[in-house]
Design a binder for this molecule. Sequence first.
Ligand SMILES: *[C@@H]1O[C@H](CO)[C@@H](O)[C@H](O)[C@H]1NC(C)=O
Ligand SMILES: *[C@@H]1O[C@H](CO)[C@@H](O)[C@H](O)[C@H]1NC(C)=O
Length: 546
Amino acid sequence: MRNVVVEVLLLISMVLLELSNAFAPSVSYEWVVSYSQRSVLGANKQIIVINDMFPGPILSATAGDIVNVNIFNHLTEPFLMTWNGLQMRKNSWQDGVRGTNCPILPGTNWTYRFQIKDQIGSYFYFPTLLLQKAAGGYGSIRVYSPELVQVPFPHPDGEFDILIGDWFYTDHRVMRASLDNGLSLATPDGILINGRGPEETFFAFQPGKTYRLRISNVGLKTSLNFRIQDHDMLLVETEGSYVQKHTYSSLDIHVGQSYSVLVTAKTDPVGIYRSYYIFASARFTNFYLSGIALIRYPNSPLDPVGPVPAAPEPWDYASSVQQALSIREDLDVGAARPNPQGSYHYGRVNVTRTLIFQNDVMTSSNKLRYTVNGVSFVFPETPLKLVDHFQLKNTIVPDMFPTYPSNKTPSFGTSVVDIRYKDFVHIVFENPLDELQSWHIDGYNFFVVGMGFGGWSESKRAGYNLVDAVSRSTIQVYPYSWVAILIAMDNQGMWNVRSQKAEQWYLGQELYLRVKGDGQEDPSNIPVQDECPIPENFIRCGRILQ
Ligand SMILES: *[C@@H]1O[C@H](CO)[C@@H](O)[C@H](O)[C@H]1NC(C)=O
Ligand SMILES: *[C@@H]1O[C@H](CO)[C@@H](O)[C@H](O)[C@H]1NC(C)=O
């Protein structure tokens, strides 16, 4: 009986959610993107600000909302923004990467318009063209649950967005030129926390209150270890998934990843008269760099006392892997949908296809380039999404890209993998190099079912977590290691798969998944919902004439 009631309630709330789409509330932002001369880490640099802010304003919305962001490009270069981790359901037209959109030209504006569906959590946005991320231009995204949907932890007393990332004194155009000339990025000059240097940012805690910290690594290349002196962190959310609640004294956050933790403020009289360090320090590097912020209690003295929170051993991969494996989906709760996540058993769905993506460095080129399965990505003059829409010939060559590592001589190409809508795909990321890799897929969250040292082989499947693997959109692949993910291809569009590491991405380590229906994909009765139409205001470029 109780189950029936629950089912009916679920059904009603689903119907309400569907209805609410028809009258979806909207949020609108007007953002002016411009240069500003600022002192960051004590050095003057021309950075990119949004409405004069660095980091940019918080984009805050509720699942179901239609989001309008009108971007005015006051730079002297073309501009695009992407929404790292937002799934842009069936709407890759708004994804803001070079393969989907023509750039917003200097002196013009363009309005992104998309609906946030079935998704909650912590994310960030950043500029995707011309290494502009090295100049800033990024900010936090918060997506709240609709009121109907329960959140699996007490409502926090406050929230803080914390963007951590490496920083370079050099102008982004100079950095870009050196990549163009075949040089690697240098060692960063420091680590920023919310755009500021050591002890320039503080968060005000009230005794006994609980805060939600939404932390993202917005840097170019450096994995960071995040920790707070004398305060534990209860991990609750990872890129839109509620996770099993474990307490951590420090968290490894790789480039492009986002986490939410709950932190409870002190109540003991000694504690509340002190200030505390927050550290974000470089991990797995030969250099020692830390971003430092402060937690202050009312009237606490400015300077923290006592030992700084201890960093993990710099090259201790084992503990980092162990931590990664401990991050698992909380099966008892729903995320944005009212139905429990546990009612979808990804482990019981048959895999229809396996792809293996191996990252590498191109050795045959006279300049530094990075590859996936031996192909270094080059952009056509027209974005792939438009090429596809206008059926332009000779740009996308079907099956050009090998979906397994190949022994062919590395080459340049415009890699597009055709995926049948509703396929259930198994992807293995292999990293044969001695540097940590970070992979991201736009438009999707995926289940991280396996992770291991060495090469991947069929026998590894036996060890997959088919029960409570975390579902997320960016995953690290340790040196000489592999990661296996499962992904339900339920989002039509042209989706960017990229290395989140700026240098690797800029120099060719990416590809696109073209997810399309062929009319055969759905033996069950789920209606096939069509992809969003091309937006009326789409920008023309390349072979799409004005
Ligand atoms: C540019 O901004 C104006 C003023 O807000 C707006 O009316 C117009 O729709 C915008 N253009 C585009 C292409 O979004
Ligand atoms: C998965 O495949 C097996 C063997 O081909 C089949 O018996 C089973 O019905 C399939 N399961 C689903 C959920 O499609």
